[in-house]
Design a protein around this ligand. Structure first.
Ligand code: B12
Ligand code: SF4
Ligand code: SF4
Length: 381
């Protein structure tokens, strides 16, 4: 284990690290010991219930979540960091347009922004304690970030499962710098401020909360539009409404977000056309154009096929007649998930030209699932 320079006590080292984190741009900073996370058993049960769906990386690394030392050998402390991302809202969606979750409106992926800041904080730590070990994490390491954020005093877990801070609401990203240094720890956030409110539970369009504080990800629009690689289950499509990437409903309705601070961080400012998105235009884009537009944004995780699949479902939900050409183009897409969603959406248009497009594709279609969706669309079942 590394130790700070002789003159540096754990208290003053912690103080300097916190000040530097704020200078770098982190809005919330708390420090906690590296321990077994309080929610570890909950995570095990959650995965065993099947609530993680196709996010196999959770089950595959379940042992590693048991302690941060599996992420950094010798881990003793975590500096847990929150970064606000609420910016001004561009405008609401009209028919033919799709909604994108707030966290993806900017010009850059938040992982890149936060990793850059974490690198800078790590360098500072190494200047103070040259023999220390430190590793910055955002999302991808097996670390229960919300549990450690609570332990570091940053907030409580709301009924919508978000980490909520009394002053910041929940529009913030989490990140952590794990180190083998001994630091001075904040008190855990021990109180719950949801009270009798259940706005998020009632507002969730797909009924994704089997109980307060537990999310069945397989029903969550965020999972369906970003993580799921297959076709979206039909019974959940109408709940998707206008969302083509992520969902903000359970945060939009949370009273703790009414006063959440607004930031003007350049990378998080809404880009032109980032929300709402013109859906028909997406089907006209070449692979290269798609890459150029989305490569640096969080939307890239869903890949071109995922975005077109989601766009087709939203156009189907909207029964948007002018989308006929776009959906017909989508019926020739190399990815069966795109063709399946387009077939479903064309069926929802209930027009003769839409039926013609479906019949034409039926002659060529080789994928059994797409074939059956075309047949259902043509028979109106
Ligand atoms: C997998 C994942 C998802 C999944 C599952 C979400 C979920 N609620 O579990 C999906 C794809 C659905 C998702 C969606 C979103 N995500 Co996400 N996601 C993650 C990730 C990578 C892991 C979370 C995880 O392990 N979930 C499994 C559950 C069981 O664990 P947990 O939520 O971490 O912790 C719970 C337990 O500890 C529990 N608990 C502990 N003890 C007990 C005991 C009892 C009895 C109970 C009931 C509960 C309980 O309370 C916590 C809340 O559920 C984290 C990053 C990370 N490494 O932590 C980001 C993260 C949680 N996501 C984040 C964000 C921003 C989102 C979205 C808002 C994005 C969007 N707009 O579409 C939505 C929000 C949906 C929602 N209501 O949660 C942020 C949250 C920031 C914050 N302020 O809370 C994180 C931390 C990423 C980051 N680095 O900023 N996400
Ligand atoms: S993000 Fe949307 S779909 Fe997911 S739990 Fe919240 S309200 Fe429900
Ligand atoms: S909407 Fe209400 S119940 Fe849900 S997280 Fe916010 S305060 Fe808690």
């Amino acid at each position: 284990m590394a130790s700070p320079t002789p003159e540096e006590s754990a208290g003053s080292l912690t103080e300097r690290l916190k000040e530097q984190a704020e200078r770098i741009g982190f809005d919330l900073v708390g420090v906690c010991p590296a321990t077994r996370p309080a929610g570890y058993e909950h995570l095990q049960r959650w995965v065993a219930e099947g609530f993680a769906g196709q996010m196999h990386y959770l089950a595959d690394r379940i042992q590693a979540y048991e302690h941060p030392r599996h992420v950094l050998a010798g881990a003793r402390s975590l500096i847990v960091l929150g970064t606000h991302y609420r910016t001004q809202h561009p405008q609401s969606a009209a028919t033919g347009e799709g909604r994108v979750s707030r966290y993806a409106w900017g010009s850059a992926d938040y992982h890149d922004v936060l990793h850059q800041r974490l690198r800078s904080l790590r360098e500072f730590l190494l200047q103070l304690a040259p023999h220390a070990q430190a590793r910055g994490v955002v999302d991808t390491a097996p670390l229960m970030e919300r549990d450690f954020a609570q332990l570091a005093g940053l907030g409580w877990t709301g009924k919508n499962t978000m980490l909520i801070n009394r002053h910041s609401g929940s529009w913030f990203f989490l990140a952590a710098l794990i180190t083998d240094l001994e630091l001075e720890y904040d008190s855990p956030h021990a109180t719950d401020h949801c009270g009798t409110c259940r706005a998020c539970l009632d507002a969730c369009p797909t009924g994704a909360f089997p109980e307060p504080g537990v999310l069945d990800a397989t029903r969550c629009i965020s999972y369906l539009t970003i993580e799921l690689r297959d076709s979206i289950p039909e019974e959940l499509r109408s709940g998707m409404g206008d969302w083509i990437f992520g969902c903000d409903v359970c945060q939009d309705v949370c009273p703790w977000n009414r006063m959440a601070p607004q930031v003007s961080t350049a990378e998080f400012l809404p880009q032109a056309g980032s929300d709402p998105v013109d859906l028909c235009g997406l089907f006209e884009m070449t692979d290269q154009q798609f890459r150029a537009r989305f490569r640096r944004t969080p939307l890239w995780r869903a890949k071109r096929a995922g975005i077109l699949r989601n766009a087709a479902v939203v156009l189907g939900n909207q029964r948007h007649a002018p989308a006929l050409d776009a959906l017909t183009t989508g019926m020739d897409d190399p990815h069966p998930v795109v063709r399946e969603a387009c077939a479903w959406a064309l069926g929802r248009l209930s027009s003769e030209p839409a039926r013609q497009a479906l019949r034409a594709r039926r002659e060529l279609e080789t994928d059994p699932l797409v074939q059956s969706v075309i047949d259902q669309a043509l028979t109106g079942e």
